[in-house]
Design a protein. Structure first.
Length: 248
């Protein structure tokens, strides 16, 4: 009999439920993507220890790729730090949209700073989708079970890719890394909210021409324009009463 999310009566049960739900696509996706990253890290000359610490301390594949590339170019530490911070800046709005899920949870709010370190595309989407189905006092335990499983899968993937570097073509490594944005795109395309769908579709359409126009700023501009259009549509629909306010 399948256990309901509302039936998680204790923290250990919530942790185990999070672990079970992480196994499958979320963990496999991160294992595969981090395998590609591990191979790239080996190619750029990072040690195994630094490569494994990268997902633990940075925990964002774009930031990790920036870290590896700048390290390979011999960039100074401050440039690497600023590059990683800029690449992972997307976690700020993701964190702000996810943290309301824990508003009713009884834990000390200072723990939210700790929880924020485990946010990824997988955990963000999971908590926005299922967070409110879980009793408030079990959400933190479920989140930790789910996110730690994803992180451990990523660490194993880095080790795997690092060890298989010599037998893995670079094109395979790059394809594995791009599994994450592809998966994120599939998640966003499944939304039923018109503003979110508009942001996704317009971002896909604007991305290529913006990249051709300005490779350095194309991604940022396409995201800014698409997000602004979706925001304006959301406000218009709210004003007309055709959309309900939802978390995230």
């Amino acid at each position: 009999m399948r256990q309901s999310m509302k039936d998680l009566e204790t923290n250990p049960k919530a942790v185990l439920k999070g672990i079970r739900n992480a196994f499958g696509v979320p963990a496999l996706l991160l294992f595969s993507a981090m395998t590609g990253f591990g191979s790239m890290a080996q190619e750029q000359g990072l040690s195994l220890y630094i490569s494994i610490l990268s997902p633990v301390l940075i925990w964002g594949l774009p930031g990790q790729v920036v870290h590896v590339e700048l390290y390979g170019l011999g960039a100074p530490l401050i440039a690497i730090v600023l590059g990683v911070a800029g690449a992972n800046a997307r976690f700020l709005p993701m964190t702000l949209s996810m943290m309301p899920v824990f508003d009713e949870a009884p834990h000390n709010r200072r723990w939210n700073y700790f929880l924020a370190q485990f946010i990824s595309i997988n955990t963000w989407a999971e908590m926005l989708n299922r967070g409110h189905q879980i009793n408030a006092d079990r959400r933190m335990a479920y989140f930790l079970g789910f996110s730690l499983t994803c992180m451990i899968a990523g660490i194993i993937g880095v080790f795997n890719g690092y060890m298989l570097f010599e037998s893995m073509p670079i094109i395979i490594s790059l394809c594995l890394i791009f599994l994450v944005p592809i998966y994120f795109g599939l998640l966003m395309s499944n939304t039923i909210h018109p503003p979110f769908l508009l942001a996704f579709v317009s971002g896909c359409l604007l991305g290529p021409p913006m990249h051709l126009l300005t490779p350095e700023w194309g991604l940022l501009l396409s995201g800014l324009i698409s997000g602004s259009l979706a925001f304006m549509l959301r406000n218009r629909l709210k004003g007309s009463g055709n959309i309900k306010e939802v978390n995230g």
